[in-house]
Design a protein around this ligand. Sequence first.
Ligand code: ADP
Ligand code: ADP
Length: 226
Amino acid sequence: TPVLQLADLSHVYVNEKGAALVLEGLQLSLSRGEFLSLVGPSGCGKTTVLNLLAGLFPPTMGRVMLGGETVTGPSPKVGYMLQQDYLFPWRSIRDNAAIGLEINGTKTRASMEAVDEVLSELGLGGYGSRYPHELSGGMRQRVALARTLVTEPELLLLDEPFSALDLHIKLQLEELVQRTLKRLSKTAVLVTHDLAEAAAMSDRVIVMGRNPGRFRSELVVPEEIR
Ligand code: ADP
Ligand code: ADP
């Protein structure tokens, strides 16, 4: 079974100003460990796709299936990493990284050991008892990644997670994230407006256009480019 399947997904936003068709007939299937990027201009519907994958609202038409089951709402099987880290300033790095475990009710001595392990794998071994203000932007994004990974999601959604970073930190982090997700065989969908970033990180790229039906151009990124 594919980890993720989109079957003829369409979405229309309706409000007092009228109705806007944003997605039309999106089909997609991702197997375990595959990394997909969605690229396209602002307003083309990238965030809408991620929000549908996260089950934040239902699609107007079609289905999102995760592990063969139709998504009907938010689930701990999906992890989200955003442009901002949203760390709690009054919590230590370790307790920030563990927050998803608390929310899911799976925080135990063993899962806290896993938190420490993930933090060290991401080069933050010595920082567990520090606080967010003591870390650089790139380090805080690594904490945000750790926080997502420790809940062991089946699908990771990455919404412009590098776009607020300086160029060389951004490149370093892209490499670290790509390597870590491959090693853990995580299935991921990245939204970015940076085609170089998409090519460097993904197995496949879907280029979305302003016109809702125009997102079928799909590229398979050759190994040597990644
Ligand atoms: P543009 O103005 O370049 O067409 P937009 O991203 O503003 O691009 O809008 C794309 C389409 O979505 C337009 O048809 C617009 O009317 C519609 N749209 C944008 N925002 C909303 C909104 N908040 N509610 C309803 N329709 C919207
Ligand atoms: P992107 O992430 O590619 O910038 P979005 O998915 O955020 O695009 O938005 C796609 C289109 O849908 C835009 O035209 C946007 O204005 C419109 N839109 C997004 N959210 C809403 C909403 N809640 N209500 C109405 N229109 C929306």
